[in-house]
Design a protein around this ligand. Structure first.
Ligand SMILES: [Zn+2]
Length: 510
């Protein structure tokens, strides 16, 4: 079926297209979901006209890292450390989701994203507790009308009413392999609005063989992207994970790394040279001791980083916040380096345009979708947002890029379009079931929190503490372990692992 044609008239365009750049007054013609013309004045009588004269018009944001299922726990972890998050969300709440909880949480997560101008997302989906959980996650993505990459997560969550065993992290069970294959075959093609990807278990502290095994599986499944948490600040600064992947010839453009502050400059160069992508998630990284947003260091290594929201169980769900945090932190770090040399900065090396690129075209490039979205370019799919210029916090717009990055918020987004279809208009999502969905989300959140009460979170937390390097002594142990992982002494490593797992299980048993 051919889609309706639209003509957006007289908008202030931030195209993010390297040829077109900024166009203070121009029209965009959209036919059958695609941008077919961009010019100062277009006549198309058959197209539905949208007045853009009071708007900054730009591509939809690209969120290059999110776990969509956590909507029911919005801002629960506002004062939590990474250890708290791992103990509560990853080790308890993840076991408390039924498939219908997955559906409503993920659907509302996408609707929240679309409302915030974010049209393309990658879901690092580590709630694959059963085939039905996976089915519901994919269905929610489809029903939301957002675009992006669904990454089947190999991470095994603990099960309700079953003693936990950390060994579960070290191998992918047959059921997950089969379910990932079923989902891939049933729902995805090479060119659809949603692509199939995979997300690896966090194994960077372990011998590289564990990761390579999952990676081989990810590639056999034909993953558009493979999402990997790595370089989580000080906790992984000795693991040399990327160096070990490079030694195994495993780095390639299909790999998408997330966080990355714990990677050294050589590793960042290896990623950049291999064409692998990298996403920083400023808000979680700053709170959870994962270092600073790596965007500045990655650029110096030759790469262009993207931005992600990561978890709404912790923080905000909009890209304005992520852009501002990332920009001002990277500026602060450079200003601090300057001050240490007893100098005053002559200019800022990071501009508002740089960070807007990270949230749009560089995000699309990171997801290997820049041929389709990420800029307003003739031939690309029409994923577009329109931000009102006359709202009280926006007026007057003296510099449109600065206004979007530093003044705008979600309430200023008037219209959002995905694939040439309007999903938000007049500042409201275009759906008539929002009130029902909202009640479903609240009820699901209450159910999940009730189920979670049967877990002993403090005990689980102290079990996890045995594998978290949170003191000086432990990080020295990790340095030692890292040396072993890189060396020939696999037997010694296996023995240490056994002890670690036993120790953790002992804590849980108590
Ligand atoms: Zn994450």
């Amino acid at each position: 079926m051919i889609k309706q044609a639209f003509l957006i008239r007289g908008g202030h365009l931030l195209t993010m297209d390297s040829q077109l750049g900024e166009m203070p007054k121009a029209d965009i013609l959209i036919r059958d979901g695609r941008i077919t013309e961009i010019a100062p004045s277009i006549v198309a009588d058959d197209a539905r006209s949208i007045d853009g004269s009071d708007c900054i018009v730009l591509p939809g944001f690209v969120d290059a890292h999110r776990h969509m299922w956590q909507t029911q726990m919005r801002a629960r972890m506002g004062n939590g450390t990474l250890l708290d998050y791992s103990a509560e969300i990853r080790s308890v709440f993840s076991a408390c989701y039924d498939p219908d909880d997955v559906y409503i949480g993920i659907l509302m997560g996408y609707l929240d994203a679309l409302n915030a101008g974010c049209t393309t997302l990658i879901d690092h989906c580590h709630i694959m507790n059963s085939l039905e959980h996976a089915e519901q996650a994919v269905q929610a993505f489809k029903d939301s009308r957002a675009r992006g990459v669904f990454c089947y997560g190999f991470f095994q969550n603990p099960e309700m009413h079953k003693p936990d065993d950390l060994q579960r992290l070290l191998s992918t069970p047959t059921r997950m392999v089969q379910e990932a294959r079923t989902i891939r075959t049933k729902h995805f093609t090479e060119s659809g609005r949603i692509r199939f990807g995979t997300a690896l278990t966090e194994l960077e502290w372990f011998p590289i063989e564990y990761t390579l095994r999952e990676l081989q599986l990810a590639r056999e499944l034909g993953s558009h992207k493979v999402s990997i948490h790595a370089g989580l600040g000080s906790s992984s600064q000795y693991t040399r994970f990327v160096e070990r992947l490079a030694k195994a010839n495993a780095l390639a453009p299909d790999l998408h790394f997330v966080h990355g502050w714990g990677l050294n400059d050589k590793e960042l160069r290896l990623l950049s040279d291999a064409g692998s992508s990298l996403a920083a998630t400023p808000e979680t990284e700053l709170q959870m001791a994962m270092g600073f947003p790596v965007i500045g260091r990655f650029r110096r290594a030759g790469g262009r980083a993207s931005l992600g929201i990561d978890i709404v169980s912790n923080n905000s769900s909009d890209m304005f916040t992520q852009m501002r945090l990332a920009l001002q932190v990277v500026r602060g770090l450079e200003n601090e380096a300057c001050a240490k040399r007893r100098l005053f900065p002559d200019a800022l090396s990071w501009t508002t345009e740089d960070i807007l690129r990270a949230a749009t075209i560089d995000g699309a490039r990171a997801l290997n979708l820049d041929g389709e979205v990420g800029s307003l370019s003739v031939g690309k799919r029409a994923d577009i947002q329109m931000i009102r210029k006359s709202d009280i916090n926006m007026v007057p717009v003296v510099n449109a890029v600065n206004a979007v990055v530093l003044s705008a918020n979600v309430s200023n987004i008037d219209t959002v379009m995905v694939d040439g279809e309007i999903v938000k208009s007049g500042g409201r999502l275009v759906r008539n079931d929002l009130a029902v969905l909202t009640e479903m989300l609240k009820a699901s959140s209450a159910r999940i929190h009730e189920r979670a009460q049967s877990f002993d979170i403090p005990t689980i937390r102290s079990a996890l503490q045995t594998v978290f390097p949170i003191s000086h002594k432990e990080s020295m142990e990790q340095r030692f372990a890292s040396a072993i992982f890189n060396g020939p002494s696999k037997r010694l490593h296996d023995w240490l692992m056994k002890i670690a797992v036993k120790k953790a299980n002992g804590h849980r048993a108590r």
